[in-house]
Design a protein around this ligand. Structure first.
Ligand SMILES: C[S@@+](CC[C@H](N)C(=O)[O-])C[C@H]1O[C@@H](n2cnc3c(N)ncnc32)[C@H](O)[C@@H]1O
Length: 371
């Protein structure tokens, strides 16, 4: 296959600068990217050797597919892992902490950034993880900067994505206080023409780590971004039902506590503390008492990030699961919605994101409310 005949995505996935990360590091990444020697792709010794000897030039899908038994799909997965691994390696070197208001915004890979946080020290985490291959944040930023016209999807293998998330939610488990909460906004994603039931897989992955499933809240966005329901309008017959997607999940997990009473982490708070954190129940007989919340999404012109969650969503979670002065962490903070709401509600906060542009944007917005 010559370069001209390659698809643009394949060209993109070629490792253009293999000298920027050592061969040994790359091999470590394919053999288990940090998870104790587990060979995620089940590669034979011969294949690892083949990759090792080819790395000094550039390893492409074409080259990998030449190896007996490796088809294009597997080659693509391995290259994606190498490419992502290289990116994470770079971001690891660039952790920057910006203190602001009652909290901090950290630029870097959350896996690395969390390493400096003590065990069992944080009460509440709220986040929305990067969505599998749905959004390519680097390219989104290049588009914002006018460097490219369109951003494309990023091809990542599902296995790799799973390890990426579980590595990070394992580290989160370490820093959350027993009895504390991990709340995650997540929804099914489209991948290679199929809908992947990510929230349901994700729940199992979290349970394997030790997180206890507590609640499934549906965030109903009211406005659909897609025109799926139009299919039935054109073909009003059985088999053409594709409802418009207006729901995302908000899954609540808890880190189990040793003693029964500690399972309510707030049980021992003083009466005075409880009074100052009393939740306004005026709306409670309506929507708030149920697990379907209707909240309009953030309009694209209101936020620079491609997929922010609304402040109202963060507000409800923070009020229901933390007290004033507790620390709330968002490990994939994006535009800093969690930090902003936490700041407004008198909580301490930590937000982490790899992308400088989003970090700067979050800082600017926090500056406006802390002045
Ligand atoms: C779904 S978005 C979060 C949006 C955010 N909730 C908001 O309201 O703006 C996921 C974010 O994760 C960030 N991200 C991706 N990989 C990361 C990593 N390893 N560590 C920290 N952040 C990461 C992306 O840059 C992106 O901003």
């Amino acid at each position: 296959m010559n370069t001209e005949s390659k698809k643009p995505r394949e060209k993109l996935l070629e490792i253009k600068n293999p000298t920027q990360i050592s061969t040994e590091d790359l091999i470590a990444i394919i053999l288990g990217h940090g998870s104790k020697g587990k060979n995620v792709f089940d590669l034979s010794k011969e294949l690892v050797e083949y990759i090792r000897t080819n790395l000094n030039n550039s390893i492409s899908i074409e080259k990998l597919s030449e190896f007996p038994g490796i088809g294009t799909t597997k080659a693509l997965q391995i290259i994606s892992a190498l490419e992502l691994g290289r990116r994470f390696k770079w971001t690891q070197e660039k952790i920057r902490v910006h203190e602001i208001g009652r909290g901090e915004i950290i630029q870097g890979d959350c896996l690395e950034a969390m390493k400096s946080i003590a065990d069992d020290s944080i009460i509440l985490a709220f986040t929305s993880p990067p969505y599998h291959n749905a959004i390519n944040y680097e390219e989104h930023i290049q588009k914002l900067e006018g460097k490219i016209e369109y951003w494309t999807r990023k091809e990542v293998s599902y296995d790799f994505y799973r390890t990426f998330l579980t590595d990070r939610f394992k580290e989160l488990y370490r820093i959350i206080k027993p009895g504390g909460y991990n709340v995650v906004n997540i929804s099914p994603v489209g991948w290679n023409g199929i809908r992947v039931p990510l929230p349901f897989h994700f729940t199992g992955w979290m349970e394997e780590i030790g997180w206890q499933f507590k609640e499934d809240i549906i965030w109903e966005k009211e406005i659909a971004k897609d025109k799926r329901s139009g299919v039935l309008m054109q073909h009003p017959y059985p088999g053409y039902y594709y409802p418009s997607l207006v729901a995302e999940y908000v899954l609540v997990f808890q880190k189990p506590a040793g003693k029964k009473e500690e399972n309510n982490i707030y049980y021992f708070r003083s009466r005075e503390d409880k009074q100052t954190n009393k939740i306004d129940l005026r709306d409670y007989q309506g929507e708030l008492s149920k697990n379907v919340w209707k909240i309009p999404p953030v309009a694209p012109q209101q936020n620079l990030h491609p997929c922010p969650f609304p402040e109202e969503l963060a507000k409800r979670i923070i009020q229901f699961y933390s007290y004033k002065d507790d620390t709330v962490i968002d490990i994939f903070a994006g535009s800093g919605q969690t930090n902003i709401v936490a700041e407004k509600l008198g909580r301490k906060h930590i937000g982490i994101d790899t992308q400088e542009k989003y970090v700067q944007y979050a800082i600017e917005r926090l500056n406006q409310i802390t002045k």
